[in-house]
Design a protein around this ligand. Structure first.
Ligand SMILES: NC(=O)c1ccc[n+]([C@@H]2O[C@H](COP(=O)([O-])OP(=O)(O)OC[C@H]3O[C@@H](n4cnc5c(N)ncnc54)[C@H](OP(=O)(O)O)[C@@H]3O)[C@@H](O)[C@H]2O)c1
Length: 237
């Protein structure tokens, strides 16, 4: 039995990935505020990542392979720090949802599967924004850079503990045609100097579909032992 846990499954990359895992016969546990999937092997866990409480997570001791994907994220308010375009709540929420919750959930799932002998792959969905500084995205960039670093730390911890069946990757997925990109294109030009670049990506058809990126992600997980680096970019694999 193979089990994939994915946060943020209502739309975008999370939903497409959950659907493809289900098609391939995996059991899927979706964790989020909104659930649209209906399938015998789909388990919905209500979770609002804005809050610190972690609900009960179903565990499958008979599983031979486990995947945990920290996918849910928000881009937050787009605008320079110290201007009206930003606000405190958005800054706190972006770090909470994108980074603090992902760390806390990872801690919990590793505890729950203590002693697991099968293949365990933890994927953090990062972004080019974690590796390059984009003006107006300070909290988002910081949250994704934080994910990259937490993945590198966890990698060392598992190697030190000799847990060679456990692998962690922080994966930049490329530019995907989802609600997040729509929100980015709706930023005000005065708040976002890169607006034209993102509008052009859309006009020129540079965005990939969530389904195509989900396929690449699942292919990456399948071939995980071909990759030695913790930081990955799906456009390059
Ligand atoms: N789209 C891109 O071009 C792009 C590029 C680089 C990286 N990424 C990364 O790829 C991942 C998926 O992005 P996407 O484009 O698919 O985004 P999306 O379409 O906006 O979907 C985001 C998902 O996160 C969930 N979510 C947001 N806030 C939540 C909360 N408080 N509690 C629980 N779930 C919450 C949403 O659920 P609700 O429906 O409940 O809000 C939704 O399912 C993210 O980590 C993003 O940073 C995306």
């Amino acid at each position: 039995m193979r089990v994939a846990y994915i946060t943020g499954v209502s739309r975008g990359l999370g939903e497409a990935t959950a659907r493809q895992f289900l098609l391939e016969g995996w059991t899927v546990v979706g964790l989020g505020r909104t659930h649209n999937l209906e399938h015998d092997q789909y388990n919905a866990v209500y979770l609002n990542l804005e809050h610190q409480e972690i609900p009960e997570i179903p565990i499958f001791p008979e599983a031979t392979e486990l995947v945990w994907i920290n996918n849910a994220a928000i881009v937050g308010k787009i605008g320079y720090l110290g201007t009206e375009a930003q606000d405190l709540q958005s800054i706190y929420l972006t770090i909470q949802i994108n980074l603090s919750a992902a760390l806390a959930l990872s801690h919990r799932i590793i505890q729950l599967y203590d002693g697991f002998k099968g293949l365990f792959t933890l994927i953090n969905i990062s972004s080019g924004a974690g590796r390059n500084a984009y003006p107006s995205w300070s909290a988002y960039c910081a949250s994704k850079a934080g994910m990259d670093m937490f993945s590198r730390v966890l990698d060392i911890e598992w190697k030190t503990q000799g847990k060679h069946n456990f692998r962690v990757f922080s994966v930049a997925p490329g530019i995907i045609d989802t609600g997040m990109q729509t929100q980015i294109r709706q930023a005000k030009p005065e708040d976002f100097p890169l607006l034209e670049r993102f509008q052009k990506y859309h006009e020129e058809g540079a965005l990939e579909t969530a389904e195509a990126v989900a396929s690449k992600l699942i292919g990456f997980i399948r071939r995980r032992d071909d990759f030695s680096e913790v930081l990955a970019d799906l456009r390059l694999v």
